[in-house]
Design a protein around this ligand. Structure first.
Ligand SMILES: *Cc1c(COP(=O)(O)O)cnc(C)c1O
Length: 384
């Protein structure tokens, strides 16, 4: 019997019709932003209840444009989480503002909203929540805090397409909501992103920020009032996104079924008894995740070799796993801003011990069982 193929923690799936459509774009003579981008933005706007949507080259550019749209810059503080892809904090730095990192709730691994309230100062201008693994925060409380203090909310919903709060889709309500279509996300363009906004006027300003600040008018056909960047999505990428979007609900359904299989297999193999923390079950207090990631937190300090040793054992069994994410305040640059070990204890513990298990629609029904069996074996043999 041959060994099963290596199981990665995720793998994009682009269907044949989409591959053919990308070929047609390449042959069409129009390969940068054009009709495919417009169609993609229209489809996204329909998904988000008709709100204005513009696309960008990637999720990072999308968040930077959102911060600039909100007028955030030097002297301003933006509160966010240390357990995120470092892009979230990097864009705050990129616009000249100060990232204020607060600790996470160990159950949701998202921003602790008590800590958010405690971190608000007269310089705070915006809150930047992240929905790790696709799980929204308590959106009612988040927006109540923002309203009480007159703050903008820039949602890093990069992982949360088709997640819901009290039955409403993330992006269909709220302030500025940013998504990513990077290769690992539930819906991909290979690289891409989009921003959901409040008004057509914001959408016009977003268009300028994504293309050099150019305004079409006057004798020369253009003017620039304030410079912008080069952040546009191409029709090649938009064609991929257009092929993916109709599969969104099936993708979420399949991911939920696989997550359910993980919970059942985790139970059979006694993961909780081994000290492994599972994710919250879906629809806990109104937050419905899209199961972008299935993440456990290991009892890392009791394991010989810690998380790295578990990942190595899994790899030897043909199973990939990932780290999303180390606590970003301990990266050298952020230490240079004054952040230290001990300041955000929950984030530090989770950052050292969180592990992403394989979850993507094309994996086999039996994979969660195999992953949990090998994970239990690895932890049992490494526990000290
Ligand atoms: C993917 C991701 C981003 C950045 O998106 P890119 O498209 O890679 O620039 C930002 N934040 C989070 C939480 C992400 O998962």
């Amino acid at each position: 019997m041959s060994a099963p193929a290596f199981l990665p923690f995720t793998r994009p799936h682009i269907d044949e019709a989409t591959i053919a459509e990308v070929g047609r774009v390449l042959a069409s003579g129009w390969i940068t932003s054009g009709p495919k981008v417009q169609a993609f933005e229209a489809a996204l706007s329909a998904l988000f209840g008709g709100r204005p949507v513009r696309s960008f080259a990637n999720g990072t550019a999308t968040m930077e444009v959102a911060l600039r749209l909100a007028g955030i810059g030097p002297g301003d503080e933006v509160i966010t989480t240390p357990i995120t892809w470092v892009a979230t904090a990097n864009v705050i730095v990129a616009v000249g503002a100060t990232p204020v990192l607060v600790d996470v709730d160990p159950r949701t691994r998202n921003l602790d909203l008590d800590a958010v309230e405690a971190a608000i100062t007269p310089r705070t201008r915006a809150l930047m929540p992240v929905y790790l693994s696709g799980l929204p925060v308590d959106m009612d409380r988040l927006y109540a805090i923002a309203a009480r203090h007159g703050l903008r909310v820039i949602e890093d919903a990069a992982q949360a397409i088709d997640s819901r709060w009290q039955g409403r889709r993330i992006g269909a309500f709220g302030d500025l909501v940013s998504f990513s279509f990077q290769a690992n996300k539930n819906i991909t363009c290979a690289e891409g992103g989009c921003l959901v906004m409040n008004t057509p006027e914001e959408a016009v300003r977003a268009e300028r920020l994504r293309l050099q600040g150019v305004v079409r008018r006057g004798d020369d056909g253009m003017d620039v009032e304030s410079p912008g960047g080069k952040f546009n999505l191409t029709d090649i990428h938009a064609a991929i996104g257009l092929g993916q979007l109709p599969q969104l609900e099936a993708v979420t359904r399949r991911r939920s079924a696989l997550a359910q299989a993980y919970f059942e297999a985790a139970d059979r193999h006694g993961l909780a008894e081994l000290g492994i923390e599972l994710p919250l079950p879906s629809n806990t207090s109104g937050a419905l995740t899209n199961w972008h990631l299935y993440q456990v937190v290991l009892p890392a300090e009791r394991l010989a070799g810690g998380r790295a040793a578990v990942m190595q054992r899994l790899r030897e069994a043909g199973i990939g796993s990932g780290v999303h994410y180390p606590a970003l305040h301990l990266f050298s640059y952020y230490r240079g801003l004054g952040w230290r070990e001990g300041m955000l204890p929950q984030a530090e513990r989770i950052g050292r011990a969180i592990l992403t298990l394989p979850l993507f629609p094309q994996m086999d029904d039996a994979d969660p069982e195999r992953v949990c069996r090998h994970l239990a074996d690895a932890c049992r043999s490494l526990l000290r």
